[in-house]
Design a protein around this ligand. Sequence first.
Ligand code: DUC
Ligand code: ZN
Ligand code: ZN
Ligand code: ZN
Length: 476
Amino acid sequence: MSTVIRGGTVVTAARSFPADVLVEGGRVAAVGPGLRGDDTVDAEGCLVMPGGIDPHTHLEMPFMGTTTADDYASGTRAALAGGTTMVVDFCIPSHGQKLMDAWADWDRRSATAATDYSYHMCIVGWSAAIRDEMAEVVARGVTTFKHFMAYKGALMVNDEEMFASFRRCAELGAMPLVHAENGDVVAALQAELLAQGITGPEGHGYSRPPRVEGEAANRAIMLADQAGVPLYVVHTSSIEAHEAIRRARANGQRVYGEPLIQHLVLDEGEYLNPDWDHAARRVMSPPFRDKRNQDDLWNGLRAGSLQVVATDHCAFTTEQKRFGRSDFTKIPNGTGGLEDRMPVLWTRGVGEGRLTPEEFVAVTSTNIARILNLYPRKGSLEVGADADVVVWDPAAQKTVSAATQVSAIDYNVFEGLHCTGLPRTVLSRGEVVVRDGRVQAEGGRGRFVARAPFTPEARAARRLSDLAAPRAVVRP
Ligand code: DUC
Ligand code: ZN
Ligand code: ZN
Ligand code: ZN
């Protein structure tokens, strides 16, 4: 049983060229002109790209006294609707919980996934036991560890804990991730604002200014340098954090920055909206910034000093947001975006001349696969790669609306945004999971994708030839 995606223009992170893509046994079997298969997916007038990878999601995550409203079933179907064929979700242990027990909890949640998935493991404290358990996590294929520098009294780690974990990552060939905000300063500013009677969502923005993010990014980068590990800074939203990343890279450090689609497109004015629900629905950390910061993030994506675009998909219903009706610090932090990341980035990025189609593929898929050690199995259309493919119709249009979305929540932060450029057909491991824009994937078909450590030996051992014996190789 084979499928040929016929008549489109293949777009990779490197170049674009007209070619068919032959899919067999869930993998790319050939790329080139005039291919034949048992089934045909029409790609006339369309671009054929590697499926999107979202490196940052929170599906069915217990957080701030509640649990995110999109679970793996609705969240991964929303992802597919938007052209994303893989997510990397955060496994968050409770205090004192064994890392592998937290992993088992997440496996129960991800049993309904419609896309492939991986995890980042969170380090929320430090002990000899955690130090030991990290080795098993890496051995089982999770090679990234997340550290919250904010959420004081909950998820936050201090410098001593974070540095110990960074050193352990260095030993294991793992890569640390950081949520870079100074949690002590945020807590102080929150208390001050509440004491002044500022209790609404605007207080959220005021309590987390760019300096708070820049300070933490600089600190984490210095500690990573001292520990001798690469570092991935999640949801980079400010000039200050970007500058820290850029400087580290110029000094030869492997440091990566991840803007979110929300920070690229939406601005801090949203928190001043007199409609409480409107503003609260947009409360996430870091908060939205101003136009200068947005322009700077776009510049970073073009220059390569920022490498990927994610969502931090962490969706709460309006009812859940209202837990913070009288105190902004109790509004569950998080927004949705899984379904919108690719159409909105295409529209505002490629459509408005900020990104090329090749840069779009790089920041939504290929760079992510490379940085997280998923490449070339994911993030590429090379022969032998998993056939996660998006047939992208650059002329298709829609207006973002909660009324038509797949996500389980009752609003959309991009409501009313007009998109030109949408997925028409999506394949996941060779199976057509979106046809004519409609998701037809079964929950539970998604698989865990193990990732190798970042040691030179492990890198050298990962060859595309290990993935599959291709039936035919047609070089375009
Ligand atoms: N920020 C959010 O907005 N939600 C989840 C966690 C985070 O850091
Ligand atoms: Zn975060
Ligand atoms: Zn509104
Ligand atoms: Zn997050």
